[in-house]
Design a protein around this ligand. Structure first.
Ligand SMILES: [Zn+2]
Length: 235
């Protein structure tokens, strides 16, 4: 499962005091990919409710990473952004796939079909058993530990906001702040959405950016989609 456990990058968290409450920022290695690339998680704020934002579980959908990094930069600069949530961000959930621009991980497994949902299918592409891959184990263990009240997973290229579980009102709140429509794509076998939304009953939003968003800078992505992420954080 988790290789070497947690490696604390910054042994002393950065604590910022605001009129709201102290805000904490911490970066850790949550686990490792098949090729031993670290999977970083970044935690912001000290609210009571955990929320989780994941990007690039599909390595061929790179726009999520710079958007997630813009969000992290925003939260560092604006520590009073939310008193409610403790926000965990994983900017690259599939580092081996991103390195090669491949959808799957180094074993060719689609990580977003590798979760223990009832609708999962064992196959060479989806893994011969649930959680066969270290990258999906990292997310599984993290979600079980954090028990987030909602999850956002950033994908491309379907240009919509999909949701699983009781996520309709949060998806609508996000759609009011960007030009992506809310659209139900249906529960996919063994997807993170199926596991989190249907099995755990936790709202999960699949933020599907556009194909051409891969060409945009982080600041251009932030201008288009940042308000939707901030709407979620204030939800
Ligand atoms: Zn995807």
């Amino acid at each position: 499962m988790k290789k070497l456990g947690l490696l604390l990058l910054f042994s002393m968290p950065l604590v910022i005091f605001t009129g709201c409450q102290s805000r904490v920022f911490r970066a850790e290695v949550e686990g490792y990919s098949v090729e031993s690339r670290p999977i970083f998680m970044h935690t912001f704020g000290s609210g009571k409710e955990n929320v989780l934002i994941i990007a690039t579980i599909h390595g061929s959908e790179p726009a999520g990473e710079p958007l997630a990094r813009e969000l992290m930069a925003y939260m560092e600069k604006h520590p009073g952004f939310s008193c409610k949530h403790k926000v965990t961000v994983i900017p690259v959930a599939n580092p081996d796939g991103l390195t090669r621009s491949h959808r799957g991980n180094r074993n060719g497994i689609d990580l977003n079909r590798n979760f223990p949902a009832e609708n999962r299918v064992n196959s060479p592409r989806y893994g011969q058993q649930a959680l066969s891959e270290p990258e999906s184990q990292v997310l599984y263990e993290l979600i079980n530990r954090l028990k987030p009240v909602w999850v956002i997973s950033i994908h491309q290229p379907l240009a919509c906001i999909d949701y699983d579980g009781p996520g309709e009102s949060l998806a609508n709140a996000m759609a009011l702040r960007c030009d992506l429509p809310v659209k139900k794509l249906g529960s996919l076998p063994g997807s993170l959405g199926s596991w989190v939304g249907n099995e755990l009953g936790v709202p999960i939003m699949t933020l599907e950016l556009r194909k051409e968003d891969s060409e945009l800078s982080g600041s251009a992505l932030w201008a288009k989609y940042g308000p939707a992420l901030l709407a979620a954080l204030q939800y």
